[in-house]
Design a protein around this ligand. Structure first.
Ligand SMILES: Cc1cc2nc3c(=O)[nH]c(=O)nc-3n(C[C@H](O)[C@H](O)[C@H](O)COP(=O)(O)OP(=O)(O)OC[C@H]3O[C@@H](n4cnc5c(N)ncnc54)[C@H](O)[C@@H]3O)c2cc1C
Length: 389
């Protein structure tokens, strides 16, 4: 959506295809990072955007083995907004969709599921789509695969995927919110168990981390055992945990970290999770995907306006975005090994040394804030604006 918005703003003919009928999905996370808020500021959209319902979080804290652990302080970031905005991602996407529809060269087709790539010899020349009225072909100078971690684009293109290995999956569920609940707490860790609560005003979007492939064992132990595990982490949920009275209310989200060796071939570029699937650890995947979108528009918009782009042009996008991806994925692997499932978090009742340092030296909290809130090599809007847009 962001790439589509920026390319249409530059006057490029764009069609965005979305397989669902709306953007109301729970699985993506709700974080709008300070770097994204900077992009909105650069586009002149920030004030209007911040009128949408959201919560602002300037500090990120968790409860770790029973201790309050401050983890990140966004208040000293060199950004326009010094907080993470929490907003359901469908509101963010609907906002950009409405703005993009104002550009004459933009088209959005909902319920259009890409089912295959169309090839012209070795070149990707478009996509085949399953739409409500049957199958259709869309031909294009460039297909941008922004179709997430189960992407059909990278599969059909035959791209080689490098798996980094993740020891966790996540159970994803709604738990109601009541007056007096803590507002600013985000994560509850205890001896290798982790519960994340995203505040959605009337309910929490709750994520409970489980060992990879462990869902069957958890089901065998039964719902009551799961209730007990959750309440042990966040006792204030005791009075409503029975709401989770059926497994249909609990979704399993498989977590992956991987990246393509090559993000492109003639006529196709993959970005976001399609190029590099991110885990929820650190809440950074959305930021990285948006930064890819901005870099893509910065590097390709003017060229696409004139016609097809070359493989060398597409290589530039990977060259620009691969290093930030590697840094952030290394951070996620570290979090999985040391903080979430590591020996340190299982064996002791005290805070791991890294969190102790953050507690003792508040200035250090700017470092995780920088990694989460901005990320390495932040992008800025450099793509052109077409006359009249
Ligand atoms: C459980 C979980 C929680 C997470 N929480 C956070 C968080 O709090 N903060 C954060 O920053 N990151 C989080 N992440 C990571 C984050 O969700 C991703 O990194 C981010 O959403 C990637 O954005 P994207 O646009 O590349 O892909 P996606 O957000 O996955 O979007 C892909 C889009 O393409 C559509 N699509 C897919 N296939 C097709 C097709 N064949 N045809 C047409 N449309 C298609 C999908 O419907 C979807 O709208 C989380 C990940 C998981 C697994």
């Amino acid at each position: 959506m962001m790439t589509g918005y920026l390319l249409a703003r530059a006057g490029v003919d764009v069609v965005v295809l979305e397989k669902h009928a709306d953007f109301n999905r729970d699985f993506r996370g709700d974080t709008i990072h300070p770097s994204t808020l900077d992009l909105l500021h650069e586009l002149g959209l920030l004030d209007e955007f911040l009128k949408l319902p959201h919560q602002e979080m300037a500090q990120l804290s968790g409860i770790f083995n029973g201790h309050l652990a401050p983890m990140a302080d966004f208040s000293r970031l060199p950004t326009h907004c010094k907080f993470i905005a929490f907003m359901p991602q469908w509101d963010f996407l609907n906002f950009f969709a409405a703005k993009a529809k104002g550009f004459p060269s933009f088209g959005l087709h909902m319920q259009h599921q890409v089912i295959d790539l169309i090839f012209d010899q070795e070149r990707v020349a478009g996509v085949r789509v399953k739409a409500p009225d049957g199958e259709r072909d869309f031909h294009a100078d460039l297909v941008i695969g922004a179709d997430g971690r189960h992407a059909i684009t990278h599969t059909r293109a035959g791209f080689e995927i490098q798996e980094l290995g993740v020891p966790i999956d996540a159970l994803w569920m709604h738990i109601s919110k009541r007056e007096g609940d803590p507002e600013q707490l985000f994560g509850f860790f205890c001896h290798g168990k982790l519960l994340v609560l995203i505040n959605r005003e009337t309910y929490y979007q709750a994520g409970f981390v489980i060992p990879k492939g462990g869902i069957e064992t958890i089901k065998q132990r039964g719902l009551r055992a799961l209730h007990r595990d959750i309440v042990a982490l966040a006792p204030f949920l005791r009075d409503r945990i029975a709401e989770l009275d059926d497994w249909s209310k609990i979704k399993l989200l498989t977590v992956q970290i991987n990246r393509l060796r090559r993000w492109y071939r003639e006529g196709l570029l993959c970005i976001g999770d399609s190029a590099h699937a991110m885990s929820p650890a650190g809440g950074v995947g959305i930021n990285l995907a948006l930064q890819d979108a901005v870099a893509t528009a910065n590097l390709l918009a003017a060229k696409l306006k004139a016609g097809p782009v070359s493989v060398a042009d597409l290589r530039l996008v990977q060259k620009r975005r691969e290093w930030p991806t590697r840094v952030i994925q290394a951070m996620q692997v570290f979090i999985h090994r040391r903080v979430v499932t590591g020996r340190e978090s299982r064996s002791s009742d005290s805070l791991p040394i890294l969190l102790k340092l953050l507690q003792w030296f508040p200035a250090f909290r700017s470092l995780p804030a920088r990694l989460i809130g901005v990320g390495p090599r932040p992008e800025h809007i450099r793509s052109p604006v077409a006359h009249g847009n």
